[in-house]
Design a protein around this ligand. Structure first.
Ligand code: CP3
Length: 344
């Protein structure tokens, strides 16, 4: 068997439909697991957990010990990139990420030369995971897409409408393009290092692909994602990439056609019928259960899982949530979900 045949999830990203879809759960390591909360206590702050390979390996593997998942996703965060560029990131309980916002002058002070050294512990985590994981498990590396990362860098914290960053992109086009250039270059090097250290595939999280008009979507979402894929393939010609433009809605097909990603992550507000009617039949898709259905369980979950399986049955499909798992998810519901996907 070829190496690809040993890894059903990687094979699906590369376009080979499986009898039963492989499955992983977005944000599968984290606070809904008691063992995660335990390890987290040992780490001090959240980024220390990301930068300590021994602990990061441990939390990456925790969900795979409990559940029959087809992939491990590197434990890190999309905001290690601004942190690595010299814009420190803090996580306060209940607050989410906090940064000192960058302005035009702050963008010029970002220091790309220090990024690789700063991120070396994350690459070491990938190396150790590859050495530990069974051959049939796909190891997923990741980064945030430049636009999504920029929304945090420019606003200093999450925001429901990305107002600060959207306004900055219009008012300071040259500085905004410099910021995109820095993030594209740093992300390409970071993802290439992850693949070279043993990741099988990388996912680019574009969590804020919403609230953008036609021209802004092209400039802020499509173009930076496309440049990352292109830059990565200059270093690793066949690099497998999953794109996840959350909220792209009517722009989904355009994203898939113009960025060069192998597979497309679908958020839960995308109608199943849209997948059938608007996406090429051979395009691998990943998704798209509402995480709230996993919290509630029962028929609310089972019926929609069956509907997703049926809608994607004819194409390469990776089963997943349509956004990250939430902390109050019962573990028994995750077990049930995986049994349903694996056995029907
Ligand atoms: O299993 C995994 O997927 C773990 C690795 C991972 C984390 N964050 C760990 C994390 C991944 C892939 C991410 C991606 C991420 N981080 C995204 C994209 C996906 C999405 O949800 O849209 C975004 C936007 C972030 C930024 C971020 N990190 C926020 C907004 C927050 C606070 C809110 C939250 O979800 O907790 C984080 C913190 C974070 N990242 C935690 C974890 C496990 C919780 C930290 C804690 O232990 O307190």
């Amino acid at each position: 068997m070829s190496p690809v045949a040993h890894k059903p999830l990687l094979a699906t990203v590369l376009g080979q439909r499986q009898e039963r879809p492989p499955v992983w759960i977005m944000r599968q390591a984290g606070r809904y697991l008691p063992e995660y909360r335990e390890t987290r206590k040992q780490a001090g702050n959240f980024l220390d957990l990301c930068y300590t390979p021994e602990l990061a390996v441990e939390v990456t593997l925790q969900p795979l010990r409990r559940f029959d998942l087809d992939a491990a996703i590197l434990f890190s965060d999309i905001l290690v990139i601004p942190d690595a560029l010299g814009q420190p990131v803090r996580f306060e309980t209940g607050e989410g990420p906090l940064l000192e916002p960058v302005d035009v002058a702050g963008i010029d002070r970002l220091d790309r030369a220090r990024a690789a050294d700063h991120l070396a512990p994350v690459i070491e985590t990938v190396r150790r995971l590859r050495a530990t994981l069974p051959a049939e498990k796909t190891l997923i590396g990741f980064c945030g897409a430049p636009w999504t990362v920029a929304t945090y860098m420019l606003n200093g914290r999450g925001s429901p409408d990305q107002w600060t960053a959207r306004r900055f992109a219009l008012e300071h086009p040259a500085a905004f393009e410099r910021l995109m250039d820095i993030l594209v270059e740093t992300s390409v090097n970071y993802l290439a290092a992850q693949l070279e250290a043993g990741a099988d595939v990388v996912q680019i999280f574009e969590s804020w692909a919403l609230n953008l008009d036609d021209a802004a979507f092209a400039r802020q979402v499509i173009e930076p994602n496309r440049r990352i894929v292109e830059g990565l393939r200059r270093i690793i010609p066949d690099a497998p990439v999953i794109g996840f433009p959350r909220g792209a809605a009517g722009n989904l097909a355009r994203f898939a056609a113009n960025t060069g990603v192998n597979a497309l992550g679908i958020d839960y507000s995308t109608p199943l019928d849209f997948i059938r009617t608007h996406l090429p039949p051979d395009l691998p898709v990943q998704g798209n259960l509402d995480p709230l259905r996993l919290v509630v369980g029962g028929e609310a979950m089972d019926n929609q899982v069956r509907a997703i399986l049926e809608a994607c049955a004819g194409r390469p499909h990776i089963f997943n949530l349509g956004h990250g798992i939430v902390p109050d998810t019962p573990i028994a519901h995750v077990e049930r979900l995986i049994a349903l996907v694996k056995e029907g």
